[in-house]
Design a protein around this ligand. Structure first.
Ligand code: GDP
Length: 529
């Protein structure tokens, strides 16, 4: 991989030219395909297939952990950085499997915009809705890319209605398809009437050949379909950068990642509309200017990426200043120094050493077992800073953990503590069960498998897990605890941050409680229902 020119100007200039984004989608909408297409477009990787491959696993990225290999899925995520024109794009990867969406939720705290990828035939799917909920709550603006337009799919205005009705985002077309999904004649630019048409490349190469028609040529060649597309596109509002950034509208695009259709336009929209790396608010809500000394926060921890050296890599989003490899930073939570001798950029199996990084960039710090998800680190030559803690997302699966070998309870506690710190699972303590039997909570059940695997292989404390019959956690105000705890079927647990949670069987259970006690609110967590 050839490294782009990543640093040339002042911190303010470098922050300004960076765009840090994540692609969010329901599985199978085409996220891996789009990631490859984006990277290929920017010539960041040599050939498609080097990023993710689901069939032939050889040469693909995600065999860091045996669990992953056995399952043939991708758990881990890191960032791909590439230059596009004068800009630097950080594409922060998210796991492909819905069971690891808690990781994706955390990634969304580290990016400045998201690309919501929809399958033209399916529209908004459950996972897209949850991911969108996180974007909305985090104030992450969303660009919508309707993928697979080369195949039969939904009616376009119908998709637009769905966006507006179900998630309250007004679609603002950047491109508009000519012809229904599956009989696709081209992409209209509603601002100037030009059309891009696509033909299969000679020799069957995946990337389609693009031709640009001006408005007159398009009207002549495409006739009624062109007129119809033009009229439809005018029914919607034009792209408005401010409305997009306020989370009121979403720039809407169409394409086919597999044939590279619409991918360049997507990159252009990211550069044009997505915010650059702006000052981040600290815990007290005050913005930390980007040109102050280095600071950043951990949005993801990954253990065991290198089997030879059981390492812990902490992925940091740089928020201010220049990160330089080797600098000794302060760990805000413990006030201890942390040496950044080993700093990496990681995408899949590709690791290269990072010498410098700027706001918006992602750095992987090796030997980081003392750091926890959500922790802040900063250059002690600047003012102390602590970014807001990582939100705890709504778990949907619960199991009681128990050391299989009671003689290894010390290792068991240590392992559980480490898994909690890394965010592998959430650890909840029930007064009734005590901390020898923690309640492990997860967004997806495969998180339990990773936890059990690591307890056995890394901490030599094999763990028995008893699944619990709950699927919902709601926050309880301390004053309401006696009422909630008495309600049949509810179990009360506490999170490490002191928040009290009620575990409930399902949404019906929650509703029956609400009917019985209309004045006792049970508060939803992020990305629940
Ligand atoms: P992910 O699970 O979201 O990462 O989805 P993938 O990128 O693995 O894609 C899922 C399937 O959809 C694969 O078989 C892709 O080849 C296919 N696919 C992705 N993009 C397109 C597209 O634009 N058109 C068509 N026809 N198929 C696509």
């Amino acid at each position: 991989m050839t490294a782009p020119v990543l640093h040339a100007g002042s911190v303010a200039q470098e922050s300004e030219r960076r765009r840090s984004i994540a692609v969010i989608s329901h599985p199978d909408a085409g996220k891996s395909t789009l990631t490859e297409a984006l990277a290929l477009h920017a010539h960041a990787i040599e050939s498609a297939g080097a990023v993710h491959g689901k069939g032939d696993r050889a040469g693909t990225v995600s065999d860091w952990m045996e669990v992953e290999q056995k399952r043939g899925i991708s758990i881990t995520s890191a960032a791909l950085q590439f230059a596009y024109g004068d800009h630097i794009v950080n594409l922060v990867d998210t796991p492909g499997h819905a069971d690891f969406s808690e990781d994706t939720y955390r990634v969304l705290t580290a990016v400045d915009a998201a690309v919501m990828l929809l399958d033209a035939a399916k529209g908004l799917e459950p996972q897209t809705l949850k991911l969108f909920d996180v974007c909305r709550r985090r104030g992450v603006p969303v660009i919508t890319f309707v993928n697979k337009w080369d195949r039969p799919g939904r009616e376009v205005l119908d998709l637009c209605d769905e966006l507006e009705q179900r998630i309250g985002l007004r679609p603002a077309p950047v491109t508009w398809p000519i012809g229904v999904a599956g009989q696709f004649a081209g992409l209209l630019d509603p601002t100037d009437g030009t059309v891009r048409t696509y033909q299969r490349a000679p020799g069957g190469a995946a990337v389609a050949v693009e031709t640009v028609l001006d408005a007159d040529e398009a009207a002549r060649e495409l006739g009624d379909e062109y007129v119809a597309a033009h009229e439809e596109a005018q029914l919607l509002e034009p792209v408005d950068r401010e409305a997009f950034r306020r989370g009121e509208s979403t720039p809407l695009m169409f394409g086919a990642a597999l044939s590279n259709i619409g991918v360049k336009q997507l990159l252009d929209v990211v550069i044009d509309l997505a915010p650059s790396a702006l000052p981040r608010p600290d815990e007290s809500g005050e913005d930390r200017p980007v040109d102050t000394p280095f600071s950043g926060f951990v949005f993801k921890m990954q253990a065991g990426m290198d089997k030879q050296h059981r390492d812990h890599v902490a992925f940091i989003r740089v928020c201010s200043g220049v990160f330089e490899r080797g600098m000794v930073v302060t760990h805000a939570r413990t006030k201890r120094p942390f040496a950044t001798k080993y700093a990496l950029s990681v995408f899949g199996r590709e690791r290269s050493t990072v010498e410098r990084a700027y706001p918006g960039d992602v750095v992987g710090l090796v030997n980081a077992s003392s750091l926890a998800v959500g922790d802040t680190i900063y250059d002690p030559s600047g003012k102390h800073v602590s970014y807001p803690p990582m939100p705890a997302f709504a778990p949907e699966h619960f199991a009681v953990g128990r050391a299989k070998d009671p003689g290894r309870s010390k290792q068991f506690r240590k392992g559980i503590g480490q898994l909690q710190q890394e965010g592998v699972v959430q650890v909840l303590i029930s007064e009734a069960r005590g901390d020898a039997n923690p309640v492990l909570a997860a967004v997806g059940p495969l998180q339990f498998e990773v936890a059990a695997f690591r307890m056995e292989h890394e901490f030599s404390a094999p763990m028995h897990l008893d699944t619990m019959g709950f699927s919902l956690a709601r926050q309880v105000a301390p004053d309401d605890l006696p009422v909630v705890a008495r309600y049949p079927g509810i179990e009360i647990v506490r999170r490490a941050d002191g928040v009290i949670l009620a575990l409930l069987r399902d949404i019906w259970h929650a509703r029956s409680f609400e009917r019985a006690h209309p004045d006792v609110p049970l508060t939803s967590l992020e990305a629940s229902d």
